[in-house]
Design a protein around this ligand. Structure first.
Ligand SMILES: Cc1cc2nc3c(=O)[nH]c(=O)nc-3n(C[C@H](O)[C@H](O)[C@H](O)COP(=O)(O)OP(=O)(O)OC[C@H]3O[C@@H](n4cnc5c(N)ncnc54)[C@H](O)[C@@H]3O)c2cc1C
Length: 279
């Protein structure tokens, strides 16, 4: 299928992008286009104006700042996958990157686009939540920062308003005590996950503290499994599996019951990763 007709504008500054987004009630930002163009071609969405943000300077790159790893919204998945800064200071993101789609898609798709799109089966929103990260946003009322815990609101719904541009994400840089875990089950490598789990913790003696478990593919948003987090801090893996407070719906990939079972399988794998001494 072909998309419905739309106008196109290339913004050169953030202010220009925000102004263009205000010109049409039905406008959409174009970043890597890897999700947006598919939805246009399938006529799942029919915006009147696409505002291309690829010409805006300063929205790309990965850096270490004040104990945080900052990633510009236009950073491509492929760049993140090869980043030494990410490998050293954000090992959960580095571990998740190869699971996102296929190389051709990772060459164009952006980290900002993935977080803004907020597909509930996507890897990066769950990683951002597990890491307790934050999102920088520029909009008609200026700039603001939103915590990951408050960013994902519902199915493909976030704290972004219709005239907002996500400009960067930030996650705490890993310390020597940081432990991370990541696993997903997909029909083929590169497909969206049936169920996935991103996790972080801090080593504490022979155990763990500050465990954060963020599932994807099991709800309308990435989902924290808070009771299981508590059980893992107590070192009780069977209790952690039993306490999984997930209620996934059936979808085209699996029934809710199968997803819940797989969530328990992944929890055991990820818990073992969290207990490894080297990250
Ligand atoms: C075949 C296929 C398989 C895929 N598999 C996976 C997978 O396994 N896991 C996964 O996570 N993803 C997967 N993807 C999606 C891919 O990761 C996309 O790159 C990503 O979801 C969107 O990034 P993008 O830069 O292409 O955004 P776009 O497609 O350009 O935009 C997506 C949406 O986000 C909005 N948006 C984009 N950037 C911003 C911004 N800076 N501020 C505000 N709004 C913005 C757009 O308006 C649009 O609504 C797959 C895609 C395809 C085509």
């Amino acid at each position: 299928m072909k998309p419905a007709p739309f106008a196109y504008a290339k913004a050169r500054t953030l202010d220009e992008a925000v102004a263009l987004l205000g010109e049409h009630a039905e406008s959409k930002i174009l970043a890597g286009g890897q999700s947006l163009i598919a939805t246009l071609n399938m006529r799942l969405s029919a915006p009147k104006l696409l505002v291309d943000i690829n010409g805006i300077g300063g929205l790309s790159g990965i850096s270490l700042k004040n104990g945080m790893v900052e990633i510009g919204a236009l950073t491509r998945h492929a760049e993140a996958e090869r980043s030494n800064v990410l490998a050293q200071h954000a090992p959960l993101l580095a571990r998740a990157m190869p699971f996102i789609a296929h190389p051709a898609i990772r060459n164009r798709g952006t980290l900002g686009g993935s977080i803004a799109f907020a597909d509930p089966a996507a890897e990066l929103p769950a990683c951002l939540l597990a890491l307790g990260g934050e999102v920088d946003i520029a909009g008609p009322n200026g700039k603001r920062t939103v915590k990951a815990d408050d960013f994902f609101k519902g199915l493909f719904e976030t704290a972004l308003g219709p005239r907002d541009v996500l400009t960067a994400i930030r996650v705490p840089a890993a310390s020597k005590d940081t432990r991370v875990g990541f696993a997903e089950l997909a029909r083929r490598h590169g497909d969206y996950a049936i169920v996935g789990l991103a996790a972080t913790a801090t080593a504490s003696g022979s155990g763990l503290k500050d465990v954060r478990l963020a599932y994807f593919g099991v709800g309308n948003t990435p989902v924290r499994a808070k009771k299981s987090e508590t059980a893992l801090v107590e070192g009780k893996i069977d209790d952690a599996v039993a306490a999984l407070n997930l209620d996934p719906s059936d979808d085209v990939q699996a029934t809710g019951a199968v997803k819940k079972h797989l969530a328990g399988v992944l929890l055991r794998r990820v818990a073992a990763q969290l207990m490894e001494t080297s990250r």
